[in-house]
Design a protein around this ligand. Structure first.
Ligand code: HGY
Ligand code: MN
Ligand code: MN
Ligand code: MN
Length: 403
């Protein structure tokens, strides 16, 4: 087993079990202490002291020249997951960052510029509904007021959870001082599609992250008894919601290149013999052109109002998060391609912390091959050899950037 795979196995051994919902919560919640403690111990083993900033981002620095932390090179990713996710989305970038430090040291590299490692909390937005919550707070892409009021499915507010994890809710928000330290950010991530499989290459350099957003539709109807309520007397929000899901697919199909998904639908109260009183569903829409994303959401929203009214229901639509299409820094991508001449360029339909940071610092991504092409699922995979090849590619890129 390669050293990168050994690190991934150690992450899994901490009980990170996304399939059963484990670690689908922000890493700074108590439940993730074991995983975060493992990560800090790995940093300590490498003499890289960990510091958690006021947004919950965990930084560590390899700075043998002892120079001020500015114009640094930073790599990293996230450790949280989606419910029912895979073992590589996030952890592969974190394991590869640790492995890249080891490889640089084995090569005798003594970087003149500091190398930073970063782990961002709540990248998936699985608990509070906003993807890349940690990197958005750091960059100012979301206001602390909005973030602190977010609640998880159990009704805990982000402020409660942050406080319980030892963070000061008053400290959250754009952190220009932390960002000023970052000269260049490079995130390695398992590929979440078949691009590299079809191209027959182990590693790719990212071109762009396509724009993506999440909208919450709340359909209100009349809760009632399943047995005593005749069909003609019903105002069933779940029936209307089901038609909205179908409409979303139809509208997306009418806008080529659109990816529209309803992966989460919650009837209230959710009883087998109960007509729901309310249904919440979340629509995820992505497209390379932001105007098309907006047009698709507007059309689905319009259809939703009609479909709800036809069932005697009403519907509210609320944007929960929206990221425009991000092209990574062209010069930086060219430089990475210079270091990795056989690595193809790939755009991604998945959102990443690097996509958020790209708005504030020159950022880039590397993707490592996923032979199943499946992600946000237990079938997500990366072979032992490819995992190590990804770490070697990351080390090559970092060595060039640290120059
Ligand atoms: O949803 C995404 O694209 C990412 O995995 N957070
Ligand atoms: Mn993900
Ligand atoms: Mn990810
Ligand atoms: Mn990410």
């Amino acid at each position: 087993m390669s050293e990168t795979s050994q690190l991934l196995a150690a992450i899994a051994d901490t009980g990170r079990d996304p399939v059963r919902g484990g670690y689908s919560r922000p890493v700074f919640a108590a439940a993730e202490r074991e995983l975060l403690d493992w990560y800090v111990a790995e940093l300590d083993r490498r003499g890289l002291g960990a510091e958690t900033d006021r947004n919950g981002v965990v930084w560590a620095w390899w700075n043998p020249a002892g120079v001020p932390l500015q114009d640094t090179v930073v790599t990293g990713s996230h450790l949280d997951s989606v419910p029912g996710g895979g073992a590589f989305d996030g952890p592969l970038g974190v394991a590869s960052a640790l492995r890249a430090v080891d490889l640089l040291r084995e090569r005798g590299v003594v970087p003149a510029r500091p190398l930073g490692l970063a782990v961002f909390p709540e990248e998936e937005g699985s608990r509070f509904g906003v993807a890349c919550l940690g990197s958005r707070l750091l960059t100012g892409a979301i206001t602390p007021e909005r973030a602190l009021g977010l609640t998880d499915p159990d009704g805990n507010t982000f402020a409660d959870v942050a406080r319980a994890a030892g963070l000061d809710p008053a400290g959250f928000g754009r952190d220009d001082e932390a960002l000023a330290r970052v000269g260049t950010f490079v995130e390695l991530h398992v590929e979440q599609g078949r691009g590299l499989v079809d191209l027959g290459a182990p590693v790719a350099v990212a071109g762009s992250v396509i724009g993506h957003g999440r909208w919450r539709f709340t359909v209100h109807g009349q809760g009632n008894h399943a047995g005593t309520t005749l069909l003609e007397d019903r105002r069933d929000p779940l029936l209307a919601a089901a038609r909205v899901v179908v409409a979303a697919r139809e509208v997306a199909a009418a806008h080529p290149g659109t990816r529209a998904t309803v992966g989460r639908l919650q009837p209230v109260p959710g009883g087998t013999n109960v007509i729901a009183s309310r249904v919440d569903l979340w629509l995820d829409v992505r497209h390379p052109e932001d105007a098309v994303t907006a047009a698709v959401v507007a059309e689905v929203s319009r259809r939703a109002v009609e479909l709800a009214a036809a069932e005697g229901c009403t519907v509210q639509v609320r944007e929960e998060s929206l990221s425009p299409t991000v092209a990574f820094d062209a010069g930086l991508a060219r430089r990475l391609s210079g270091v990795l001449p056989t690595a193809p360029r790939l755009d991604t339909g998945a959102g990443h912390d690097a996509g958020v940071l790209a708005g504030r610092v020159p950022s880039a991504m590397l993707f490592t091959r996923n032979p199943t092409g499946v992600s946000h699922s237990p079938e997500e995979f990366c072979t032992d050899d490819d995992a190590e090849l990804g770490s070697v590619a990351l080390a090559d890129v970092l060595q060039d950037l640290l120059g």
